[in-house]
Design a protein around this ligand. Structure first.
Ligand code: NAD
Length: 255
């Protein structure tokens, strides 16, 4: 039986960073819970991972922009923990996110609010829902998904709302890490550059070529390269890391 459960948001897209992260947690022996917009898809991806790695795995519907939806999912997870079907939640990876590939003057308030809601408010709501049990148990790992866009602007895909929301996640990470540093719960962020996922579907060949040219190592990241950092930050070995930002960008933003 796995000792702890990792909750991963935005993990129902099989080619995405979230699903790769869920697989990586499972391969390291964690039980996994997938939270995403489509509950059936979440349950299916979780079941496949559970079967592949022989760990408990559940998937639920959660719209990370809705407090009610997030709390409902948290209660469902807590019920499985109470029933002995899942070990306690030890890690939360806030990965759900959307982009806004729109030039600033073409953005609308609706685009701004939606991008902020999924990326930043979602990180806030899901963390608030799962943190109390971690603090009560005196151990936990929270890893938040920011982006290199937060550090150097949106580049080809991100643009202003996305970069702003991902920068908010960095402030959130540092402030929360500092506030709860003595509880046994760490809070860190990752800032990937371009990663091979469906989030880039729709980008033009010209944009892709420009992207690769801007990356010193000459290629985009695999989802596994991001997942490995997230699970390391969730490990017992990462006990002295809190409030940090780990850059995963092939050298495209060295600072
Ligand atoms: P993806 O589109 O494959 O995955 C995003 C997931 O978030 C999807 O499964 C989607 O259903 C889910 N989601 C969207 N809105 C949601 C909501 N309201 N509630 C719950 N789930 C929701 O994209 P990805 O590339 O795997 O991106 C994952 C994360 O990594 C995002 O936060 C993204 O901003 C970030 N990121 C991606 C890259 C990249 O180049 N792919 C780079 C840096 C950061």
């Amino acid at each position: 039986m796995s000792e702890l459960t990792a909750v991963i948001t935005g993990a129902a897209s099989e080619r995405g960073i979230g699903a790769a992260t869920a697989r990586r947690y499972a391969s390291e022996g964690w039980a996994v819970v997938i939270l995403d917009l489509d509950g059936e898809r979440s349950a299916k991806v979780a079941a496949d991972i559970g079967n592949q790695y022989a760990v408990p795995a559940f998937g639920y519907t959660a719209d990370v922009t809705s407090e009610e939806s997030v709390l409902e999912a948290q209660r469902a997870v807590a019920a499985e923990v109470a029933a002995g079907n899942l070990p306690p939640v030890g890690a939360l990876a806030n990965i759900a996110g959307i982009t806004s590939p729109v030039p600033f003057l073409e953005t609308t308030l609706d685009i701004w609010n939606t991008v902020m809601a999924v990326n930043a408010t979602g990180t806030y709501l899901v963390t608030k829902a799962f943190l109390p049990d971690m603090i009560e148990r005196g151990w936990g790992r929270i890893v938040n998904m920011s982006s290199v866009s937060a550090q150097r602007g949106g580049g080809v895909f991100g643009k202003v709302p996305y970069s702003s929301a991902k920068a908010a996640i960095l402030g959130f990470t540092k402030a929360l890490a500092r506030e709860i540093a003595d509880t046994g719960v760490t809070v860190n962020a990752v800032t990937p550059g371009a990663v091979d996922t469906d989030i880039r579907v729709g980008s033009t060949d010209e944009q892709e070529a420009k992207l690769a040219k801007d990356i010193p190592v000459g290629r985009t990241a695999t989802t596994d390269e991001v997942a490995a950092v997230i699970t390391f930050l969730s490990s017992r070995d990462a006990s002295y890391l809190t409030g940090t930002t780990v850059d995963i960008n092939g050298g495209s933003h060295i600072h």
